[in-house]
Design a protein around this ligand. Structure first.
Ligand code: HEM
Length: 734
């Protein structure tokens, strides 16, 4: 039996693990908290009776009340006034003084600063790595006990990660020896299953699988797995680990489960990725997104000029909202074929213009993706009815454009609310209690209103032949049930899918581009190399459209994006619930030379597994110089050979792996490369803090100076953006 010291943080199993716990300032006085405490105690004792949780060091991790509304709002600019030289110099002096405290270890100090616990929200993400290293369980895993029902395993190693995400090893049990046609693997796009099956001598029992698919009454028949082979093939499920997303993305493909998910995923892949001319559209729209970014910059400069700012100085601009506007335009047009330009520049120009005139010009002048690509698949009646209702369309376009700023603020915020919810006491309680009593729920509802409205307009505006219109015709997306926020025209399923796709396509791309620009601005030499490569492929013309063929000839640009996604995977962790017990061999290093050492480790069914993609990507055992931004590691054979992570399947997974990996990955790969190449060919991006530091820095400091200390903290949401935006100088290339 164990003793809990209630006056301190929860620590348990002192025989098993180092003294580790999360500390926070929340009190334990509320009745709900006491209940929780009680449940923890029961659970705690049960663990002892049951024995070790999968031989892992076990920690009781107290859920936090997270202040998700912290000042940490990405739409805000830093408080620093970049036009005021004194304030900038003051910041630089302060930064240096703080960093100098521990000289001569200036560099390591900077690294420590990056993973420090400065902000409560981001600490949960940035602090996980050192915690895992300290615990050093088998494969660097450790277990957590949340409450009566919940046990959690934290994973930052490819072996358990791929076992959990892909159900690898299944072939040995099923003995099918190949990928069954139409199975999960078909949809997951999961390669080399066989070799992985061979690598793990893994036992997966079918025990408890039904338990894992226990569903709500409403969906039970739909969700239940349709065949036993499918059950066997799934080592894990999102249900119910993603239930706190349900208010946001409903039953869209991201949150759906079982056969409902399977049907939806197949439909989305069919309508989105395999729709006619998607390849051409992607190229066109990625270039348009880059054009939109350029016009955002021009617009910001114009505004600055009109405010009488010093024209000689290169202005500092927060590029995050600009990238968000560019990427939402891209994904919106791709899924609706509705030709709306969301950049702030056009919105400003549009103001004051007559609505009818705007309707005329947008329909006639536009290089609508639909006109360039999809006309063949649309019948003439539809085309003429579309043109006769031109003014109606433009009204809706107007509506959606004016909703855009609120929509972007809301999606940025909902990321934080959803994460905060999963780390709060509400996560452990029934959903009805959360809905009835939580102020967080009311906030969530307020935040969701513009998101639902935006998605609904997208569904209504979707032109025939577009992915959303095609989806609306499919059985998988025709349910009108539970219609909060839905119109009579738009099914609940379609609305959920539109919310999912708009978010998944926009937020992740904008965040990845932001992190990449951030890293390049801190490493001008690497930026220059990327620029030279782009220039050599596209030639001198700066605004030239960039094609897929061109980016395939840019290996360094490819390496830059891979490296940026390694350091800042925008989904820093993902969660699954194990549907079966999974057993993997214990790594030799952990087992040591003890004769009685166990040879395997079992992760029991029903356990929640938190796969830390962020920590996997920076695991010192997998990556040489893991915290450094080294795009060269992906192309230089010498550097490559030092990274075990490049060989090991599951060590690098910015898009996740397995049947529930990112279905938009092929699109994202093209979007990121084209937009980035276009931006870098037009601008040199500089972090203004470097110049400010250069002015005050002393010679002796330069020796140990590392840009790592200037890296931005991560704003904690279920996806991560640079906190407080990203202020950069964009100097036009000559
Ligand atoms: C840089 C770009 C992107 C990154 C890094 C990314 C990353 C991811 C990750 C890690 C997951 C797994 C999430 C989880 O299991 O919790 C995921 C799922 C998903 N992504 Fe992406 N994504 C990106 C772009 C896109 C795009 C452009 C789309 C589509 C328009 C998209 C649609 C989806 C969908 C629908 C899922 C859920 C799939 C399922 O559960 O079956 N993503 N993405």
């Amino acid at each position: 039996m164990i003793t809990l010291n209630l006056s301190s943080d929860f620590n348990c199993r002192p025989n098993l693990l180092q003294n580790i716990s999360e500390t926070d300032n929340s009190s334990l006085t509320s009745p709900i908290m006491s209940l929780h405490l009680f449940s923890l105690l029961i659970r705690q004792n049960r663990w002892i009776l049951e024995g070790e949780l999968c031989n892992l060091p076990t920690v009781v991790w107290r859920p936090r009340f997270v202040n998700y509304c912290a000042q940490d709002d990405v739409m805000c600019e830093d408080e620093l006034d970049w036009d005021d030289d004194d304030s900038v110099t003051g910041w630089a002096r302060n930064f240096l003084n703080e960093s100098r405290l521990n000289r001569p270890n200036f560099q390591s100090n900077c690294i420590a600063a990056e993973i420090s616990n400065k902000k409560m929200g981001s600490s949960s993400i940035t602090n996980i790595l050192p915690r895992m290293e300290r615990l050093n369980g088998p494969y660097g895993m450790y277990a957590t006990v949340y409450g009566v029902q919940t046990k959690v395993i934290h994973v930052a190693h490819p072996v358990p990660a791929r076992a959990i995400l892909t159900g690898a090893g299944v072939l040995e049990i099923g003995g099918t020896g190949g990928i069954p046609e139409g199975s999960f693997w078909d949809y997951g796009g999961f390669p080399c299953l066989q070799s992985i099956g061979r690598i793990f001598r893994m036992r997966m029992t079918d025990r408890n699988h039904t338990d894992a698919f226990v569903t709500s009454k409403k969906m039970s028949m739909k969700r239940r797995m349709s065949s036993s082979s499918q059950r066997m093939l799934t080592g894990s499920t999102k249900y119910p680990a993603y239930d706190h997303f349900k208010n946001f993305s409903g039953d869209g493909v991201f949150t759906a489960d079982g056969s409902d998910w399977k049907a939806k995923r197949a439909s989305v892949i069919h309508c989105l990725l395999r729709s006619a001319n998607m390849d051409d559209l992607l190229e066109i729209e990625a270039n348009r997104a880059a054009d939109s970014f350029v016009s955002e910059v021009a617009n910001a400069l114009e505004i600055r000029k009109s405010r009488g700012k010093d024209e000689k100085k290169t202005p500092v601009l927060n590029v995050v909202p600009m990238l968000q506007r560019s990427t939402i335009g891209l994904i919106y047009r791709l899924i609706t074929h509705n030709n709306v330009d969301f950049s702030s520049a056009t919105t400003a120009r549009d103001k004051g213009r007559d609505c009818a005139e705007r309707a005329e010009s947008s329909s006639l002048k536009s290089s609508s993706p639909r006109s360039s690509a999809d006309l063949a698949s649309i019948n003439l009646e539809e085309v003429s009815s579309e043109y006769s209702s031109r003014s109606k369309y433009s009204e809706q376009e107007e509506q959606i454009k004016s909703l855009l700023p609120t929509y972007l603020q809301s999606v940025t915020r909902i990321r934080m609310i959803v994460l905060a919810q999963s780390r709060s006491i509400w996560y452990l309680l029934p959903r009805w209690l959360y809905r009835a009593f939580s102020p967080m729920y009311r906030d969530e509802e307020r935040t969701m209103a513009p998101i639902r409205k935006f998605a609904q307009l997208a569904c209504e505006n979707a032109l025939a032949g577009s992915p959303l219109a095609l989806l609306s015709l499919r059985d998988s997306h025709s349910s009108y049930a539970g219609g909060r926020g839905t119109s009579t025209k738009v099914s609940k399923d379609l609305l959920d899918e539109a919310i999912t796709l708009l978010f998944a396509g926009q937020d992740t791309s904008a965040a990845t581009l932001s992190w990449t620009l951030h890293l390049l601005s801190l490493h001008p030499d690497k930026q220059e190399r990327a620029f030279m490569e782009i220039r050599s492929v596209i030639g001198e013309v700066k605004t030239k459209t960039i094609s897929k063929n061109m980016i395939s000839r840019m290996p360094y640009l490819d390496a830059v994006i891979k490296e940026s996604m390694r350091l800042y995977p925008v989904a820093p962790f993902i969660v699954r619930k194990l549907t079966t017990e999974i057993t993997i061999p214990i790594d030799e290093e952990f087992a040591g030379s003890r004769k009685d050492a166990k040879k395997t480790i079992s992760m029991p069914a029903s356990t929640f597994a938190c796969i830390w993609i962020y920590a996997l990507h920076r695991n010192i055992k997998l990556w040489d110089r893991p915290d450094e931004f080294l795009p060269e590691r992906w192309i230089d054979p010498k550097l490559r050979s030092r990274d075990l992570g490049q060989e090991e399947y599951g060590a690098y997974m910015p898009f996740a792996i397995g049947p529930r990996n990112c279905l938009g990955q092929p699109m994202a790969q093209v979007i990121l490369r084209i937009v980035l190449a276009r931006i870098l060919s037009k601008y040199m991006v500089l972090d203004p803090r470097i110049e400010a530091l250069r002015k005050v820095i002393k010679e002796e400091d330069k020796v140990g100076f590392s840009p790592i200390g200037l890296r931005k903290d991560m704003q904690a949401g279920f996806t991560v953006l640079p906190s407080n935006g990203l202020n950069l100088q964009l100097m036009e290339r000559t």
